[in-house]
Design a protein around this ligand. Structure first.
Ligand code: C5P
Length: 304
């Protein structure tokens, strides 16, 4: 990391970043197209990453440890630290790189609701991988990061990319998508956790068609919402059967004049509404005021 000359240590390049935003993953469309012999489902999904996320901060320490705080930190209180995906990610990457476990004090600020269909835990794990890679003091091959990410969970590779992608396979087979038009996005969660395995188990039809072919470009917001109107989230019905509050959220969102499309993300219960970027703040404020029990967060753009 440093080299000496007559005048003392000289830094090579900038210091490793200490903070990572672990962006929420939002499935604009999610088709379940089959099931593998091991029980994992095959998907075809379009995922985007709004500027809403958890924050992971790293400070040098004597040994690796993790503190969880923030509005949803208490919900991870009963998770033993060793089961937290952040620590598992750090250890897995150190292991893959045959390097000692880095001595870092990690502070995770949970701003995303847990078990909510927007990949919070996966985003946290991916953020931890990016932090450790930047502290490794050498180039970490992308294949190593991707392999370690995939072993941690089906959504971790896309969260590593943190950019709009088409997800196939079990979610880990990623392809770029055409640039997305400017569109605002508001996330709403009724503050009820939903367990992903239970939703997949409740799914009735597992052999649905894939997404329609993506165009080479979306001319404007209307072209994207038009494309999405021909798609679904196949997990919406089973999730709603387990958590009826999802239906209430969708009904409220679909009744708003400013909302072009409302749908559930992932296995729920978080739903998203697409609107004009200039309407995000007013829609977020109106929803917060009318439904103080719900978690509502707005992002002016679909992707960075
Ligand atoms: O990979 P991850 O641990 O995030 O998946 C959690 C659970 O979600 C799996 O145990 C499985 O029940 C379900 N799942 C699935 N098909 C996928 C992704 C997840 O059935 N493609």
């Amino acid at each position: 990391m440093t080299e000496r000359d007559e005048t003392g240590p000289v830094r090579r390049g900038p210091p490793p970043p200490r903070v990572q935003l672990a962006r929420a993953k939002v499935n604009l469309a999610l088709h379940v197209t089959g099931r593998r012999a091991d029980g994992y489902h095959l998907l075809d999904s379009l995922a985007v990453f709004p500027a809403i996320g958890d924050v992971l901060l790293a400070e040098p320490a004597d040994q690796l440890d993790l503190a969880v705080e923030g509005p949803f930190g208490a919900e991870l209180r009963d998770t033993p630290p060793e089961a937290n995906l952040v620590l598992r990610a750090v250890r897995a990457l150190a292991d893959a790189l045959a390097m000692p476990v880095p001595a870092l004090h990690l502070r995770l600020t949970k701003r995303l609701p847990v078990a909510s269909g927007i990949g919070g835990g996966s985003a946290d794990a991916a953020a931890a991988l990016r932090l450790v890679a930047s502290h490794a003091g050498r180039d970490v091959p992308a294949e190593v990061l991707t392999r370690v990410a995939a072993a941690l969970g089906a959504d971790v590779p896309v969260c590593l990319a943190q950019a709009a992608r088409r997800m196939r396979g079990i979610g880990d087979d990623l392809a770029p998508v055409p640039p997305l038009p400017p569109l605002g996005l508001v996330l709403v969660n009724p503050r009820q956790p939903v367990a992903t395995p239970a939703v997949f188990k409740a799914l009735q039809t597992r052999d649905n068609p894939p997404l329609p072919d993506l165009p080479e470009a979306f001319a404007d917001a209307r072209a994207l919402t038009g494309y999405l109107a021909a798609t679904r989230n196949d997990l919406e019905a089973p999730a709603q059967a387990l958590c009826p509050a999802i239906g209430e959220v969708l009904e409220v969102l679909r009744a708003q004049d400013r909302v072009a499309l409302a749908r559930m993300s992932g296995s729920g219960a978080t739903c998203f509404a697409l609107c004009a970027p200039g309407d995000v703040n007013a829609l977020t404020n109106d929803l917060q005021r009318a439904h103080p029990g719900w978690w509502v967060a707005g992002s002016p753009a679909l992707q960075a």
